[in-house]
Design a protein around this ligand. Structure first.
Ligand code: UD1
Ligand code: CA
Length: 449
């Protein structure tokens, strides 16, 4: 495969989104559209990735600040060919091919991109256009073939009614050779939108006797562009459905496929059952034989095999095997729940490592803490971790028994096998093997009549 660099067009205003946010920053499954494109392109290792910015450039540039891409600016959005020309300022002396993509088409696969680039050099073409057939091709540039071969691309607005009936569409992904820079200045804006279209480069190259080719993909899904909120919503559903299909094929049960959200990147093991009302956001992996009951929200977390989660909110946690969470638990960032842990109703953990088989079953807050193995934390136990300025740690040793309604005023260390009397407010360390009673003694005073 010849060396190549990529140009991603992301300067358009995205008028159809009706948004103050640049179109390419709208999120699909939690990730901006532009990021999807950059990830696909990066996977095929171009020499450089150049992103053309314009409308809302500060926002996009800030987001992509450390992604390793280069930027050029298209001050006035005069069309896709004009945008590529701006990128030419950085690439005119570059010897390799140029892969051009729209920043609003998130589904393109790396394998397709590398096949496209390969085809362009192997067939000695000046351009190879990526195309697919759509049942409804409305809005897309149509592929006009002559004797079966690519002749030119015609935009919806400029197409005749016969051309509009063509189902084969332009993806907006092209691989050009260096002749691109020679023909770009020849492109005119004499079309319905009065813009300089990159699609006209195809017909122009053809007129100059250059070889132009097509690379067609079967799955039209891959080349869908997103221009408005309804297409964005459709894409979200499409992605989710594809994910669900894959999970069902791999042995995951999903009881009501229309009533769950499962992020495209979720990993879920065999024989896990997902109940209605479950929302699995980005960055989640769930092991085998788990039960996830709604309404639960899980993000950025790992859930080990054989665990049961019901009606709970989990974000940024590592949950080991056979853990029970809920109903109605809040497992926050930095929580590590080891094998066999039980967190019950209305309990919250944050930056807390809870060792094997410990239980926090009712109405507790355990934050900035380490709890040893087989500890029983009674109802209403609170780690008082915050003094208004700093957070402090609580340590509780293995096999300790914490009575109900205990406050641990951190920093504080409780040894192993400690018994903490119900209602205690523990302010000082307790060595292993002690019973601590830290509450006002009950007194009886006779009521005088
Ligand atoms: C474009 C193609 C169309 C193709 C479709 C695939 C043209 C003229 N048409 O149409 O043939 O079927 O993509 O999705 O190219 N942009 C700039 N600067 C500009 C104008 C646009 O950077 O001056 C960027 C946009 O931000 C966007 C991309 O180019 O990411 C495509 O522009 P858009 O207006 O969405 O083109 P489509 O009408 O979708
Ligand atoms: Ca588009």
């Amino acid at each position: 495969m010849k060396n190549f660099s990529a140009v991603i067009l992301a300067a358009g205003s995205g008028t159809r989104m009706r948004s103050s946010l640049p179109k390419v920053m709208h999120r699909l499954a939690g990730k901006p559209l532009i990021k999807w494109v950059i990830e696909a392109v990066s996977a095929v290792k171009p020499d450089d990735i150049i992103v053309v910015l314009g409308h809302g450039s500060e926002v996009v540039e800030k987001y992509l600040y450390d992604s390793g891409v280069k930027f050029v600016y298209q001050r006035e959005q005069l069309g896709t060919a004009h945008a590529v020309m701006e990128a030419g300022k950085k690439l005119e002396n570059y010897g390799g091919d140029i892969l051009v993509l729209n920043g609003d088409a998130p589904f393109v696969k790396p394998s397709t991109l590398s096949a496209l680039v390969k085809k362009n050099s192997q067939t000695n073409s000046s351009v190879t256009v990526l195309s697919a057939e759509f049942e409804n091709s409305f809005g897309y540039g149509r592929i006009i073939r002559k004797n079966g071969f690519l002749e030119k691309i015609v935009e919806e607005r400029d197409a005749s009614s016969t051309e509009r009936s063509i189902k084969e569409v332009n993806s907006g992904v092209y691989c050009f050779d260096r002749n691109l820079w020679r023909i770009l200045p020849k492109i005119k804006s004499n079309n319905a939108k009065k813009e300089y279209y990159i699609t006209d480069a195809v017909g122009t190259l053809r007129k100059f006797g250059k070889k132009i080719s097509l690379h067609t993909v079967k799955d039209g899904y891959e080349i869908r562009g997103i221009n408005d909120r309804s297409e964005l919503a459709e894409a979200e559903v499409m992605l989710k459905n594809k994910k669900i299909e894959g999970l069902l094929c791999n042995g995951v049960s999903i009881l009501d496929i229309g009533n769950v959200y499962i992020s495209y990147d979720a990993k879920i093991g065999r024989d896990t059952i997902v109940y209605p009302g479950v929302f699995i956001d980005a960055g989640v992996s769930i092991g085998k034989n788990c039960i996830i009951k709604g309404t639960s929200y899980i993000a950025n977390s790992k859930i080990g095999e054989g665990s049961v989660v019901s009606y709970s909110y989990i974000d940024g946690a590592v949950v080991n095997k056979k853990v029970r969470i809920g109903p109605f638990s809040h497992i926050r960032h930095g929580s590590v729940l080891k094998d066999g842990v039980k967190i019950g109703n209305f309990s919250e953990t944050k930056k807390a490592v809870i060792a094997k088989n410990s239980k926090i079953n009712h109405l507790s807050y355990i934050g900035d803490a380490r709890v040893g193995e087989s500890v029983n934390v009674g109802a209403g136990t609170i780690t008082c971790n915050y003094d208004g300025v700093k957070k402090h740690q609580t340590f509780i040793g293995s096999k300790s028994f914490i009575g109900s309604n205990v406050n641990f005023v951190a920093p504080v260390k409780i040894g192993c096998g400690v018994l903490v009397a119900a209602g205690s407010t523990v302010t000082r360390d307790v060595p292993s093997g002690n019973l601590v009673i830290a509450r006002a003694r009950q007194e009886l005073k006779r009521i005088k009549k």
